[in-house]
Design a protein around this ligand. Structure first.
Ligand SMILES: O=C(O)C(=O)Cc1ccccc1
Length: 288
């Protein structure tokens, strides 16, 4: 008898950077499940329609992927189990034969539009910019919008018949990397081993919520970080949507293991206990 094949959700369609990142990690050992938005990837994991998902998290030029952190504010959002870093080289694609001077609009994912802002301002100051759900969705859309171009990967020129590359390497810095998270519904879902040697666990993500409606004298973030007393390698902040007070935030502290030989999991659990003793909510969103 065959079990359910291990299936990985990603922001589709085929040809997105998320697809490439997922393939780099899982290769042809798993089934794939295309989603239309990043939020849909989170939903597919939470509803157990898939066993894992790949989510873009940050880019070295344009920074945080906002939709990802907004989703990470929810309860039972899944658990981060790994990361994939992908080198990103953007191309400008058009329908075959379209000249640069004919381009009136440029479509892509907001991250890609942001990563190429300098190029777009210099070369297409009058074109309108249209945010799409993904880079490959933009490539697909220009098949039926001849006056538009798409920012996407070179791979899309092969995947979508009738498109050609007008410019290559158009992002504002030659060095451009996106980091993706591998998510499962819970910590105990068994992941297929990566083709490369699995790195030992050195990262953690903790969500920190100081609730002024519950604890009016909620401590400021510097006191919360001092109580964590671990290396915080990255800190993100998004508005707390259900707070009756304006300008209350949720913080996401990415932790990095130091030299200590103690168990990383228990070091993070102990740090969370110190934070909770201040009356602050601390939830573990990932260990990898
Ligand atoms: O739209 C895509 O291809 C994605 O996977 C999101 C994204 C967009 C731009 C750079 C990295 C990831």
């Amino acid at each position: 008898m065959h079990g359910t094949p291990f299936t990985v959700a990603f922001l589709g369609p085929l040809g997105t950077y998320s697809h490439q990142a997922a393939y780099d990690r899982f290769g042809n050992t798993v089934g794939y499940y295309e989603c239309k938005t990043i939020t849909e990837v989170f939903n597919a994991i939470a509803s157990k329609a898939v066993q894992a998902g790949v989510i873009p998290q940050e880019n070295s030029i344009y920074g945080t992927v906002i939709e990802t952190y907004d989703a990470l504010r929810k309860q039972n959002v899944g658990f981060i189990r790994g990361e994939i870093v992908l080198k990103v080289q953007h191309c400008l694609l058009v329908r075959g034969g379209v000249k640069p001077e004919e381009i009136q609009c440029i479509k892509s994912h907001e991250q890609a539009l942001g990563q190429c802002r300098g190029f777009l301002t210099k070369n297409f100051p009058n074109a309108s910019l249209e945010k799409m759900a993904s880079t490959a969705a933009a490539a697909e859309a220009i098949l039926t919008s001849p006056k538009c171009a798409a920012i996407c990967s070179k791979l899309c020129a092969t995947l979508f018949n009738g498109l050609e590359i007008l410019y290559e390497g158009i992002q504002d810095q030659n060095s451009n990397f996106t980091r993706f998270h591998v998510l499962t519904a819970t910590q105990d879902v068994e992941l297929p081993p990566p083709a490369y040697p699995a790195p030992s666990q050195t990262h953690g993500l903790v969500r920190l919520t100081a609730r002024r409606d519950v604890t009016p004298r909620a401590p400021p973030i510097n006191q919360i970080l001092a109580a964590l007393d671990l290396t915080v390698s990255r800190l993100d902040r998004r508005p707390q949507l259900d707070s009756p007070f304006p300008f209350c935030d949720v913080y996401f502290a990415e932790l990095e293991k130091g030299d200590s030989s103690a168990s990383w999991h228990s070091a993070v659990e102990d740090a969370m206990k110190r934070v909770k003793a201040l009356g602050v909510e601390a939830e573990l969103l990932g260990l990898w």
